[in-house]
Design a protein around this ligand. Structure first.
Ligand code: HEM
Length: 191
């Protein structure tokens, strides 16, 4: 009887974000913030970059083998679904999803791709300018110099996406009257 009441109560919570996704998310926030803000000592910047790269690789694997809402198959929607979702969202009628929304899913992919691209450009710069890292001896100094600008531009585009991501999370939290950042801490959302 008691169990029934909990199951049907609108306040009942379900586990949506598994511990890996939550640890990944907040570790990524720390790693990205350190990499973006700390240029010197250089070794801190480099290791923050390696840390973020490791997180991205682990998250991609988890996207295939992780829990239901962590899987790419759970949050890659057709473009028409994304457009419909965004259209409803601006009218404050965006449908509520337990996992990532159709637009949120593509933002996740975009963030992962941009973080990876920023890291690869960073490795090229590091390999060519300091003859260090996995690309040491492979990249010329001229190429490294050109990639310095690419690395910086990619990092700034990623930062802009992060700011859009945070604004979108706060907006969706407001529309659906639920604390999405807290759900990324506890893992739980109302059913
Ligand atoms: C304090 C700032 C941040 C807050 C409050 C926040 C909040 C959130 C929330 C609530 C979600 C789940 C969205 C949903 O319900 O669908 C999420 C997902 C995500 N966020 Fe953030 N975020 C922040 C900063 C960042 C930063 C700095 C990055 C990247 C550098 C980032 C990358 C991601 C990624 C990749 C996901 C997908 C998680 C997964 O499925 O593994 N976030 N974020």
């Amino acid at each position: 009887m008691m169990r029934e009441a909990v199951r049907h109560s609108p306040a009942a919570k379900v586990m949506v974000w598994d511990p890996f996704v939550r640890a990944f998310h907040w570790a990524l926030v720390v790693g990205f913030t350190v990499a973006y803000l700390v240029e010197e000592p250089h070794i801190v910047h480099v290791w923050a970059g390696y840390f973020v790269a490791g997180l991205i690789v682990a998250r991609v694997v988890w996207g295939f083998v992780g829990s239901k809402h962590a899987r790419f198959s759970d949050f890659i929607y057709r473009p028409s679904t994304v457009i419909g979702y965004l259209r409803d969202l601006v009218r404050m009628r965006g449908k509520r999803y337990l996992g990532h929304t159709p637009a949120g899913g593509y933002m996740v992919i975009l963030l992962l791709v941009m973080l990876a691209a920023t890291g690869i450009a960073g490795l090229i710069v590091y390999g060519g300018e300091e003859q260090a890292g996995p690309l040491a001896g492979v990249v010329s100094e001229v190429t490294a110099e050109q990639f310095e600008e690419v690395h910086e531009v990619l990092a700034n585009i990623t930062l802009a996406l992060v700011l859009i991501h945070i604004a979108a999370v706060l907006f969706a939290s407001h529309v659906h009257k639920e604390n999405l950042p807290r759900a990324m801490v506890t893992g739980k959302k109302r059913r």
